[in-house]
Design a protein around this ligand. Structure first.
Ligand code: ADP
Ligand code: MG
Length: 273
């Protein structure tokens, strides 16, 4: 149904400043429960083309669940999810609701690439094989072309010399940059990051932050869950503060970090920064 909550209205205003095209990702009034546990209680989120959205909030507030719903890795009980203006078709209602159309799910999912906190590289494949596997086997692209693109992307993230190495031979920062190259090699319409720097030592975080900043300056559409408030402040067009499954506050980074409006956000920021 149509959600006229303040969040939705705020998001639709943002769209007008960027482009008339529909947003790459739009979530309206999403509800998600695990059994009796309500994790998302009517969340609306818009990622216009070329925008970077950061998602912040305490552990357990529902950030990862929201990203997984975005990627259709989770069913949800209520609300709409649209990609480029096309709505996910659901079958059933409430707890029995699932995406109805497998072809649509596959198409939407291949438009999004996810980068995880723990890198999740395949340990039995070289770095180049990690990057080229999905474009070849899922998208059916020509292997030689994908390998050329993969080498270029590994170069771009600064590990062009690691093509033939195994994941275990790389530092955490290098592994995460390989995971980002792997995500990019799918030519996704949007990138989803779930705490991409949280597993890294501070000095290794910066090499991953630099890659994310480069992607932001290329106007890649991204949703980034992060505990790194400096990263969120530096790269975001829009910051969303999630608290116990609802959006408590959202806006441009200057406003959220410079002039938080709610006690909850002020408390969160004073505990994290
Ligand atoms: P965050 O990423 O903000 O830390 P999560 O989205 O991981 O939060 O979790 C939100 C809430 O949902 C937590 O209470 C968590 O325990 C619960 N949760 C997450 N995944 C599951 C699951 N698969 N089954 C049951 N509960 C879950
Ligand atoms: Mg999480």
């Amino acid at each position: 149904g149509t959600d006229l909550s303040p969040n939705t209205l705020m998001n639709s205003q943002d769209n007008t400043v960027s482009t008339n095209a529909p947003p790459v990702i739009e979530i309206r009034g999403l509800h998600k429960a695990y059994g009796p546990l309500e994790v998302l209680k009517g969340v609306s989120l818009t990622a216009p083309r070329g925008h970077v959205i950061s998602l912040i909030g305490s552990s357990g507030s529902g950030k990862s669940t929201l990203l997984r719903c975005c990627n259709l890795l989770e069913d949800s009980q209520q609300g709409d999810i649209l990609f480029d203006g096309e709505a996910v078709r659901w079958r059933g209602q409430g707890l029995d609701r699932h995406p109805a159309d497998r072809a649509q799910v596959t198409r939407f999912r291949t438009n999004l690439s996810m980068v995880f906190q723990q890198f999740n590289l395949w340990s039995h494949m070289t770095i180049l094989q990690n990057v080229t596997e999905c474009p070849v086997t899922v998208l059916g692209e020509n292997r030689a072309e994908v390998e050329a693109r993969g080498r270029m992307l590994l170069d771009k993230v600064g590990i062009g010399d690691k093509c033939d190495a195994w994941p275990a031979q790389l530092s955490g920062g290098q592994q995460q940059r390989a995971a980002i190259a792997r995500a990019l090699c799918m030519n996704p319409k949007a990138l989803l990051f779930d705490e991409p720097t949280s597993a890294l030592d501070p000095e290794l975080q910066q090499e991953v932050v630099k890659v994310i900043k480069d992607l932001a300056s290329e106007h890649r559409t991204m949703i980034i869950v992060t505990h790194d408030m400096r990263l969120a402040a530096d790269v975001s067009d829009h910051v969303v503060f999630l608290h116990q499954g609802v959006i408590c506050e959202e806006g441009p980074p200057d406003q959220l970090f410079g002039a938080p409006q709610t006690d909850r956000l002020r408390q969160f920021l004073s505990a994290t920064m």
